[in-house]
Design a binder for this molecule. Structure first.
Ligand code: ATP
Length: 438
């Protein structure tokens, strides 16, 4: 018999089934024992009548059950209006202990006061918390919504290597690894390979995969390994096309999340899922500085001119809400010196790219890419990268369509969606400067 999940039990009324799950609660009463069992879809009550002589061995077993042990129950699903959990219970004919749990290091149902590092040490227990389980399921739903949109729009999913031979691409630090008798590096994005796919004629590609950044920063929104949702597509006229596609993609993802989890997110995370409408507001960096100065008396520090910083991003959210009634805002007009060499510049040297800010934090950098070999070589040389990116420059020598794309940090996106305070809460298994385990 196949395992039946809690959310499917109502289809098995008066039938014999096999059910297995974690022991959530055992209530050992005088005449009856109740076990609340849990799987990833919910909880169900198993009821053992003590007066029934045939139940004697089961009664002893239930008395010895520890919290979070995993048991397998063979029994009949019945309706019982008195049962709070969906008016359904299982009357078992046999119970088997699959795995006996020791005493847990903390109560995952009450994480107040449990240090985040202790929680991460025991992440598999931490995720047994209903809220943390939901984070995983919601992130999966968000990814599903965005993936679905891309499949429906003829994107091809690719999987590019994470071991690479040259450390380059942008200002971000890369991890070096020993690779037999030479050095290799962990990819800091799939950028070069997405573009190789375009040069190969694939036209529209995306990848959801690991991204490595050797940034020794302990902020709430940086990890050393995170999941990038990256895409690239061909035959565009400008980075406006890229922004437009990103709007559609986010709308698709958030629509599915709202449909499936909107109510639950309100109840558990006290956060509203707001599906944005097109177009998201856009602002040029120079105008942004001006607005922030006039409205909030904010002056960008000299070192950040041509760019934004964490403080600006917070104020961008304020501005987006107050002036444009939006949670999102595109910023354009970044200085070419502050952006990677493969972002296109126009004939005036202006960068053809953007960042997208959501709820006060950058979630994407996107751009039209430079597809003209000579221009790209010039840009790379200006950044002193000519030699390092020789292999990449070859992609543009044998015909390559105009193209653009972007990368979204998925864990960061989930953090903002659910109003959580740190990316440690949303990465399945967090990796930071001080954490390589579990
Ligand atoms: P930041 O300025 O926040 O460090 P970045 O400019 O280095 O980000 P990109 O290289 O443009 O970021 O990466 C694309 C997206 O990946 C970012 O918009 C962000 O959502 C996410 N991202 C970047 N670095 C990290 C990180 N260390 N941890 C988690 N997500 C990240």
């Amino acid at each position: 018999m196949e395992k039946v999940y809690v959310n499917n039990l109502s289809n098995y009324i008066d039938k014999e089934i096999v059910f297995s799950g974690f022991v959530d609660v055992v209530r050992d009463k005088k005449w009856v024992q109740f076990i609340i069992l849990r799987d990833s879809t919910g909880k169900v009550q198993v009821t053992v009548e003590k007066s029934d002589e045939g139940n004697a061995s089961m009664v002893d077993l239930v008395s010895s059950l520890t919290h979070d042990s995993v048991i397998k129950v063979i029994g009949k699903v019945v309706n019982n209006e008195a049962v709070k959990l969906g008016g359904i219970e299982i009357l078992p004919s046999n119970i088997e202990i699959i795995s006996k749990a020791e005493e847990l290091p903390f109560d995952y149902n009450n994480l107040d006061g449990v240090n985040i590092d202790t929680r991460l040490d025991y992440r598999w227990l931490d995720i047994r918390n209903e809220k943390n389980m939901l984070v995983r399921q919601i992130e999966s739903c968000l990814t599903e919504g965005m993936r679905k949109y891309l499949y429906e729009n003829n994107f091809t999913e690719i999987h590019s290597p994470k071991l690479i031979g040259a450390a380059s691409e942008s200002g971000s630090e890369v991890f070096e690894v020993k690779y037999f008798d030479r050095k290799a590096y962990l990819a800091q994005s799939p950028q070069f390979y997405k573009q190789m796919a375009i040069a190969a004629g694939l036209d529209k590609v995306f990848e959801v995969g690991p991204v490595y950044r050797a940034e020794n920063s302990n902020t709430n929104r940086h990890a050393t390994e995170f999941t990038g949702f990256d895409l690239e597509f061909a035959h565009i006229d400008s980075y406006e096309d890229v922004m437009s596609l990103e709007e559609d993609l986010l709308i698709a993802g958030l629509t599915l999340v709202k449909e499936r989890y909107g109510e639950k997110i309100k109840e558990v995370f006290n956060t509203e899922v707001i599906v944005p409408t097109k177009p998201f507001p856009r602002i040029d960096l120079k105008d942004l500085y001006k607005e922030l100065h006039e409205l909030y008396n904010y002056e960008i520090p000299e070192t950040d001119i041509g760019d934004t910083n964490a403080e600006t991003e917070k104020l961008v959210y304020k501005l987006a809400q107050e002036k444009y009634n939006s949670e999102f805002m595109f910023i354009t007009g970044y200085a070419a010196t502050k952006r990677p060499f493969y972002h296109m510049r126009n004939e005036k040297g202006e960068l053809q790219g953007y960042d997208l800010i959501w709820r006060g934090t950058e979630i994407t950098s996107g751009a039209q890419r430079e597809h003209r070999y000579e221009e790209l070589l010039k840009n790379a040389n200006e950044k002193g990268l000519g030699e390092d990116v020789k292999f990449y420059l070859q992609f543009f020598k044998y015909g390559c369509p105009a193209h653009g794309g972007f990368g979204i940090g998925l864990d960061r996106l989930t953090m903002l969606l659910l109003g959580l305070s740190t990316i440690k809460e949303t990465e399945f298994i967090f990796r930071g400067p001080n954490r390589l385990e579990p």
